[in-house]
Design a protein around this ligand. Structure first.
Ligand code: AMP
Length: 622
């Protein structure tokens, strides 16, 4: 049975893991790292880079380096969060005709799931190389507070990457699974997950292998990126104050300040003061300007105080929904890279009244939990059961633009629930069913998942038809809605699955293009392999040739020189087969030389009455 991988598709970093013999293992990527930056870059030369390589060149290519794409996935171009992000992202967003986001890169634009798919593809390739087998199935995690569109978009990303996404599970739930894997003790835990782009809080009950989510809450637009942003704004402001230069208009400078801000933030998790040093960040007629300043931990905490305070509301909400007081929580688990900031732990301590547990590796625990869930689904782990909840309420728009909830948030999933509605006008032949997700009383303040019409309702006075609307949420948290008119039996079903913004045809096209790219990547790898081999053969055989050329037969010398000339001509070419042929010719010519030398040496030794044997190179030269 092939292995199922668990993938933590983070805003900033990703991690992939698998389970074997009840033990979870993180899979290192092609560069040997246990996490991979969620960054894709398109260079001027038409190259596509992923992960660390993409991150490394971000300074010189800010417009072509796509990071924090998870913050855009499943969102609309005009949404408040995206409008705010548009002004500060170095890459360009485009409004698609259906209101979706596209990301512009030189001659084309791509959907956010397509970009995430490129990262997933790299993780999948890394897993295949590490496990020495094909990997088809995956569990991918997403923030608990992701709505249906964001979940669908995450799933689409997996499909585009050629994966069968067996389940989308919530990040804090995955973390709890990893934490509780081998624990026998019954516990109520809170998972406080502050990552690069999102914040989630989930409360779970762990008892005899049953992981029951009691409640979940969060903010899908709060994470480490915002902390970096606060530092950036502070540094830019300070720089403007001393030089009168506004760095906001210089994309390259912004990128440098962004990197330095994140670096300073991470350093301040262990140091109490750090220096930001960005020489030649700008200049004016008085000469070059350098951004050199000190940042203290207390300044950082002051800059980010409001962000930290924003975690309090969702925590209190989650406690209320779980009907628990803070002192009924046995353990608060810290997950997500941003929880390494010491102030986060003290805010959490204030909210829950206990020191949080930071013993687990916040970068890896979510992927490990996803891998465990994969093994539960496959039946490889039998004594664990995961019971998750719907993180947002679902319902429809009713008279006067109000929102009527059919499934309340924190209902255990999978689930389905029906509610009966009716018409508001006499002889109304059809009703418009507008499906929404969220907690607001006013329909338009919630996330619209789709609209459909139920037609063919027999004429009757207002308020008499019975229209049963049924919501089904599957184990992935993905929604299906049907409406049935009882009198006529007419039925309509909404394709919520299209709400990630991508149609089935688009996804298919993207799968093909991803595959093409994968083939391109493989071909590139092959090319690099043969280029490298040929380069080193040219160097080594030329060196040997130079040493022995005076001893060689004219014919061997000519053959070698011709092969060397061919090799030098071909070495910069891109066709792997051409490179390989040139390599083989040169290798053959080099071997012929070595054979002739051996023969020559053997003959010499015979003349001197010694047995013929291979000689070390020094003797060959004599
Ligand atoms: P995650 O999404 O869990 O990978 O978290 C990534 C976020 O954690 C990024 O914003 C990082 O800057 C942040 N982070 C990583 N290490 C540290 C650290 N030592 N101190 C503060 N933040 C960190």
């Amino acid at each position: 049975m092939s292995k199922i991988i668990g993938i933590d598709l983070g805003t900033t970093n990703c991690c992939v893991a698998y389970l074997e013999g009840g033990e979870a293992h993180v899979i290192p990527n092609q560069e040997g790292a246990r996490t991979t930056p969620s960054i894709v870059a398109f260079t001027d030369k038409g190259e596509r880079l992923v992960g660390q390589l993409a991150k490394r060149q971000s300074l010189i290519n800010p417009r072509g380096t796509l990071y924090a794409v998870k913050r855009l996935i499943g969102r609309k171009y005009e949404s408040a969060e995206v409008t705010e992000a548009r002004n500060r992202l170095p890459y360009e967003l485009v409004n698609a005709p259906n209101g979706d986001i596209r990301i512009k890169i030189t001659d084309k634009d791509l959907a956010p799931p397509e970009i995430s798919a490129i990262v997933l593809q790299k993780l999948r390739d890394a897993a295949e190389a590490f496990l020495h087998e094909k990997v088809m199935e995956a569990i991918i995690t997403c923030p608990a507070y992701f709505n249906d569109s964001q979940r669908q978009a995450t799933r689409d990303a997996g499909i585009i990457a050629g994966l069968e996404v067996l389940r989308i599970i919530n990040e804090p739930t995955a973390a709890a699974l990893a934490y509780g894997l081998n624990k026998q003790k019954a516990e109520t835990i809170a998972v406080f997950d502050l990552g690069g782009g999102t914040f989630d809080i989930s409360i779970l009950e762990l008892q005899e292998g049953v992981f029951k989510v009691l409640s979940t809450s969060g903010d899908t637009y709060l994470g480490g990126e915002d902390f970096d942003q606060r530092i950036m704004e502070h540094l830019i402001e300070e720089f403007k104050h001393t030089t009168n230069i506004d760095l906001h208009n210089d994309k390259m400078a912004l990128q440098r300040v962004k990197e330095a801000s994140e670096k300073a933030k991470c350093e301040l998790s262990t140091a109490v003061e750090t220096e930001v040093n960005l020489p030649f960040i700008s200049g004016d007629k008085t000469g070059p300007k350098h951004l050199v300043t000190k940042l203290s931990r207390s300044k950082l905490e002051q800059l980010c105080d409001e962000l930290l305070e924003r975690t309090r509301g969702p925590c209190e909400q989650a406690l209320k929904d779980a009907k628990l007081a803070p002192d009924q929580i046995d353990t608060v688990l810290l997950v997500g890279g941003q929880t390494r900031m010491p102030k986060v732990a003290s805010v959490v301590e204030k909210i829950f009244g206990k020191i949080p547990n930071n013993s687990i590796n916040p970068d890896e625990v979510v992927a490990i939990g996803a891998a465990i869930q994969g093994s539960i689904i496959k039946g490889e782990v039998q004594d664990l059961i995961l019971m998750d909840v719907a993180s947002l309420s679902l319902g429809i728009e009713t008279k006067g633009g109000t929102f009527t909830k059919v499934i309340e948030r924190n209902t255990p999933i999978p689930t389905n629930k029906s509610m009966t509605f009716t018409t508001v006008q006499d002889n109304q032949k059809m009703v418009r069913v507008h499906v929404l997700q969220g907690e607001r009383e006013i329909a338009e303040m919630n996330k619209s998942l789709g609209v459909f019409m139920l037609t063919g309702i027999p004429e009757s006075p207002a308020g008499t038809p019975h229209i049963d609307v049924t919501f089904t949420i599957d184990a992935n948290g993905i929604v299906d809605v049907t409406a049935v008119d009882r009198a006529s039996g007419n039925k309509q079903e909404i394709q919520i699955s299209a709400s990630s913004g991508l149609t089935e045809t688009e996804i298919q096209r993207m799968i093909e293009s991803a595959r093409e790219f994968s083939d391109e990547d493989k071909a590139r790898k092959e090319m690099i392999k043969w280029q490298t081999r040929l380069e080193s053969l040219i160097a080594s055989s030329q060196a040997s040739f130079n040493e022995v050329q005076n001893l060689l037969k004219a014919e061997d010398r000519r053959t070698f020189e011709a092969a060397m000339e061919e090799a030098k001509k071909v070495v910069t070419k891109t066709d792997p087969s051409e490179l390989k042929i040139a390599h083989d010719h040169l290798e053959l010519a080099a071997r012929a030389i070595s054979n002739s030398l051996m023969e020559m040496f053997g003959a010499q030794q015979k003349q001197q009455g010694k047995p013929a044997e291979p000689a070390p190179t020094e003797q060959k030269q004599s």
